[in-house]
Design a protein around this ligand. Structure first.
Ligand SMILES: NC(=O)c1ccc[n+]([C@@H]2O[C@H](COP(=O)([O-])OP(=O)(O)OC[C@H]3O[C@@H](n4cnc5c(N)ncnc54)[C@H](O)[C@@H]3O)[C@@H](O)[C@H]2O)c1
Ligand SMILES: O=P(O)(O)OC[C@H](O)CO
Length: 323
């Protein structure tokens, strides 16, 4: 059993810890040499997952060639870098994609990007309500594991399941990916409501109407409604829209407090995927004729295209219609 994790941000490090805590020897590819050094020397990743002691069973490397002997690879880089990262991975090894987003330009989901970059590698998607620090601490978590190949899904599930980490199986890869990508944009909207002091009614309205947008977009792209209503859709939406532990929610809170997006996004080390997904999602939704007013509002705020009161008024002034 030789798993590799590509990407040593918070989530990649937490997943490496999950696997290594059960005795597996895990190799973790990190972009930053200081992360490689800290993991190997101190069994820690203070840059991305501070205050969590890591298993000595995790060995970090900065060389993708060191992944050549792995029998399973978890890909955990930011979505916009997935194509170039996966292209460097060894050929033919099953890839579990853990990034949440839609590629700019192509409008492709991560599984579609990976299939282009590594056509001979079997693909699965792991997505759901999972704050990295909680998984790394062994707190109870459930997640969707989506894969078109039921045998591969069962083998991966047996490999990653732990008493406090429960994968639920699905063959709806597209549905699992759309939930994870769209919820990040909606979490920004809920953060805005928090930062601007709009109240908890507004948050609940954004979650419900945002879920309606996620469902419309998902169905248009071939997702199944029950997947969108499951862990990778509604489950992750509720988690990410409820807490400043979410980077996306925190970004929105800053916008709601009146800080300009450019200042909030400048010099960030950690990724708030919703900021990159929002304009791509707007473009993809418009191209499919799907109405996504909350997503449009988030884009307007990220682009500083309109002041916050005007964006809120425009959402509230939409015509009354059937729910
Ligand atoms: N953090 C979580 O709780 C969590 C949970 C589930 C899914 N995810 C998803 O996992 C993905 C990674 O998020 P994270 O939280 O681990 O990241 P992070 O914000 O903790 O760290 C940023 C990561 O981006 C990497 N990076 C920066 N530039 C890069 C480049 N040019 N090429 C490759 N990698 C580069 C850094 O090395 C680092 O690993 C995202 O898509 C995120 O939505 C995160
Ligand atoms: O911190 P966020 O907003 O990137 O959310 C992390 C995970 O996606 C939650 O499931």
């Amino acid at each position: 059993m030789k798993a590799g994790v590509i990407g040593a941000g918070a989530w990649g490090t937490a997943l490496a810890q999950l696997l290594a805590a059960a005795g597996e020897q895990v190799r973790l590819w990190a972009l930053e040499p200081e992360v490689v050094e800290a993991v190997n020397r101190d069994h820690a990743n203070p840059l991305y997952l501070p205050d969590i002691p890591l298993s000595p069973g995790i060995e970090a490397t900065g060389a993708m060639a060191d992944m050549a002997d792995r029998d399973l690879l978890l890909v955990v880089c930011p979505a916009q870098h997935l194509r170039s990262v996966v292209a460097q991975a060894p050929v033919g090894v099953p890839l579990i994609l853990c990034s949440k987003g839609i590629e700019a330009g192509s409008h492709l989901l991560m599984s579609q990007v990976a299939q282009q970059a590594q056509p001979r590698s079997p693909i699965a998607v792991l997505s759901g309500p999972t704050f990295a620090s909680e998984v790394a601490k062994g707190l109870p978590t459930a997640i969707t594991l989506a894969c078109a190949d039921a045998d591969l899904a069962a083998r991966i599930a047996a490999r990653i399941a732990r008493p406090a980490f429960r994968p639920y199986l699905s063959d709806d890869v597209i549905g699992a990916e759309i939930g994870g990508a769209v919820k990040n944009v909606l979490a920004i909207a809920c953060g805005v409501a928090e930062g601007a002091g709009l109240g908890l009614n507004a948050r609940a309205a954004l979650i419900s109407r945002g879920f309606a947008e996620m469902t419309r977009f998902g169905l248009a792209r071939g997702a199944r409604a029950e997947t969108l209503g499951g862990l990778s859709g509604l489950g992750d939406l509720v988690l990410t829209c409820s807490s400043t532990h979410s980077r996306n929610f925190s970004l929105g809170k800053g916008l709601g407090e009146g800080h300009p997006a450019a200042a909030l996004l400048a010099n960030r080390r950690t990724v708030a995927e919703g900021a990159f997904t929002a304009p791509v999602l707007r473009e993809a939704a418009r191209a499919s004729g799907v109405e996504m007013p909350v997503v449009e509002a988030v884009c307007a705020l990220l682009e500083d295209a309109a002041p916050l009161p005007q964006v809120i008024d425009a959402l509230l002034a939409r015509p009354i219609r059937a729910e």
